[in-house]
Design a protein around this ligand. Structure first.
Ligand code: DOR
Ligand code: ZN
Length: 378
């Protein structure tokens, strides 16, 4: 089954009577079907460093073959040399039985040079340059203060070198309402950017609004695309306040209204090649989330694939899931699709309340809840 070329289905309903012991009967009764797909990649991931890296990497490596690794460490990864060193530390932390490959990125600053872009491309290890508007999110203080004034020659070089710009698409001005920051970014930065540099590849990361969907769909296919997270597909802004303040649902860009969530679900389940999987899984120690000034970031690596399957099933679009998880991303980046496979089985499992490590606990998305789909390596 796992060696087949395309997504395949199996109805497992008939297995129930054959499965013996009482515990396993109970479990199998709830299995309805199994889907085998090309192994997905995560096109937007925060792996951190040190003991946090060692703690979270196995969760990503269990399900994803490759990941675009975000550079917002302290200090940020602003040079190819730093990206190479960071990559070495990731390689050391990969579990022995895993085929996981990190795809590195650079953190764009006001002083990044075109020569650094040439070096990055030449290394063969850097796959994108991340734009954090200064002050927009976690560890963005070294980000860009004026993209067109300070970075234009760098953007031209990226266009020349075919190195994608990965965009945190929010303005950081405190006079702009937090729910409008993506919109204002599209109008003031992205629209002029694609006009000025139509050959530059741009990934609008973690889109959250109908406006972002409309913008991406208005651009030339193959040049502008978007990643979409599980949280922005499943939760709206009510989830931040359900029964009290919910810090584990706080991320940036912040969750939006239900109409926006629905627009994003429609976009990804339409089969469009412009949208692909990027979890934005962003672990923080529980104490940095459950406190007076909690960090932005949702840890979803262990549950992301199950949750994407849930979204596509609920939209009646499971036949479009594999393109979103496993084809559109590599096709946009000009990389080969994975040969390996992964199984998605319709079988309920309970998400742990938290993952415990020597340095502290990390609370995952959907903690303590039951999810219908389980992802299993082939
Ligand atoms: O919620 C977020 N967390 N959004 C980001 O842009 C950064 C991320 C993090 O690094 O924690
Ligand atoms: Zn991110």
């Amino acid at each position: 089954m796992c060696s087949e070329e395309r997504a395949t289905w199996r109805d497992l309903g008939a297995v129930i009577v054959d499965c013996g012991g009482q515990g396993s009967v109970k479990r199998l009764i709830s299995i309805k079907m199994e889907l085998t797909i090309t192994q997905p990649d995560d096109w937007h991931l925060h792996l951190r460093d040190g003991s946090l890296l060692e703690a979270v990497l196995p969760h990503s490596a269990k399900h994803f073959a490759r990941a675009i690794v975000m550079p917002n460490l302290k200090p940020p990864i602003t040079t190819t040399a730093a990206a190479v060193t960071y990559r070495e530390s990731i390689l050391k932390a990969i579990p022995k039985d895993s085929n996981f490959t990190p795809l590195m990125t650079l953190y764009l600053t006001d002083v990044t040079t075109p020569d650094e872009i040439k070096l990055a491309k030449k290394s063969g290890l850097v796959y994108g340059v991340k734009l954090y508007p200064a002050g927009a999110t976690t560890n963005s203080q070294d980000g860009v203060t004026d993209l067109f004034r300070n970075c234009f020659s760098v953007l031209e070089e990226m266009s020349e070198q075919n190195l994608p710009l990965l965009v945190h698409g929010e303005v950081a001005n405190s006079d702009v309402d937090i729910f409008d920051r993506e919109n204002v970014f599209i109008e003031t930065i992205l629209e002029p950017l694609v006009q000025k540099l139509p050959q530059l590849k741009v990934v609008m990361e973690h889109i959250t609004t109908a406006d972002a969907v409309k913008f991406v769909e208005s651009c030339k296919e193959g040049y502008v695309a978007a990643t979409v997270t599980p949280q922005h597909l499943l939760l709206n802004r009510n989830a931040l306040f359900q029964g009290g303040l919910q810090p584990h649902n706080y991320c940036l860009p912040v969750l939006k209204r239900e109409i926006h969530r629905q627009a994003i679900v429609s976009a990804v389940t339409s089969g469009s090649k412009r949208f692909f999987l990027g979890t934005d899984s962003a672990p923080h120690d529980r104490h940095k989330k459950e406190c007076a000034c909690g960090c932005a970031g949702i840890y979803n690596s262990p549950v992301a694939l199950s949750l994407y399957a849930k979204v596509f099933e609920e939209a009646g679009a499971l036949d479009k899931l594999e393109a979103f998880t496993s084809f559109n991303g590599p096709d946009f980046y000009g990389l080969p699709r994975n040969k390996s496979k992964i199984k998605l089985r319709k079988a309920p499992w309970k998400v742990p309340d938290y993952f415990s490590f020597p340095f502290g606990d990390i609370v995952p998305m959907y903690a303590g809840e039951t999810i219908e789909w389980e992802a299993l390596p082939c």
